[in-house]
Design a protein around this ligand. Structure first.
Ligand code: SF4
Ligand code: SF4
Length: 190
């Protein structure tokens, strides 16, 4: 089964979050302009999206299809979202890539992120939370929720031991605002 980029699970009104040691043991090596063409987290992953996120992406489709022409179908747009109760997932292309991925000569980029940035829109209002939070994962335990790093991210090279990546931020430092968004300010403030 393909690894999933899941949205934060519903865990009750006020779950207790714990930060896994991997958040400070691993450094995050993401390229600011996207991955080199041959390596990207946007291939081989199932991405969960909410209905609200689908509606937001739909408003960008015309601009997205100018970057990724296969998103256009006749006078409309390809339907790339499939039901996966309770929400939806983005249907991958045959090569396993997300349909919103596009490649320049050197990089692989998210067209949603790119269009939002280029037009001065807020990326977080359009890019699925599951992608913005990658490679964080929330693992429900019996009485609490562990904030940790998706194991596939280490295989892909997004993260590595701090000693192997001098000068790169730890996952905790790189994702403080996302962890605060998911778990509350008090969790990252500790
Ligand atoms: S998160 Fe990892 S695979 Fe994705 S763009 Fe960054 S470095 Fe590349
Ligand atoms: S929506 Fe963007 S960031 Fe998410 S998998 Fe697709 S191309 Fe990658």
């Amino acid at each position: 089964m393909l690894p999933r980029r899941a949205r934060a699970p519903v865990t009750g009104p006020s779950p207790r979050f714990v930060l896994d040691p991997s958040l400070t043991e691993l450094a995050y090596r993401c390229y600011p302009d996207g991955c080199p063409r041959g390596r990207t987290c946007c291939v081989g992953l199932v991405v969960e999206v909410s209905r609200r996120e689908v509606r937001a992406i739909d408003t960008l489709m015309d601009e997205l299809a100018r970057l990724v022409p296969v998103l256009r179908e006749g006078r409309g747009f390809a339907n790339v979202f499939v039901d996966d109760a309770p929400d939806l997932v983005i249907e991958s292309r045959e090569d396993g890539a997300c349909p919103f991925l596009f490649r320049t000569r050197d990089h692989a980029l998210c067209s949603i992120h790119h269009v939002a940035l280029r037009t001065g829109r807020r990326v977080a209002a359009f890019k699925p939370a599951a992608c913005r939070h990658w490679p964080l994962v929330l693992e429900p335990e019996r009485t609490r929720v562990r904030v940790t790093v998706e194991p596939a991210a280490r295989r892909m090279g997004c993260v590595a031991a701090v000693a192997e990546l001098p000068g790169w931020p730890t996952v905790l430092d790189a994702f403080r605002s996302e962890i605060a968004e998911l778990c509350g300010e008090d969790v990252v403030g500790r």
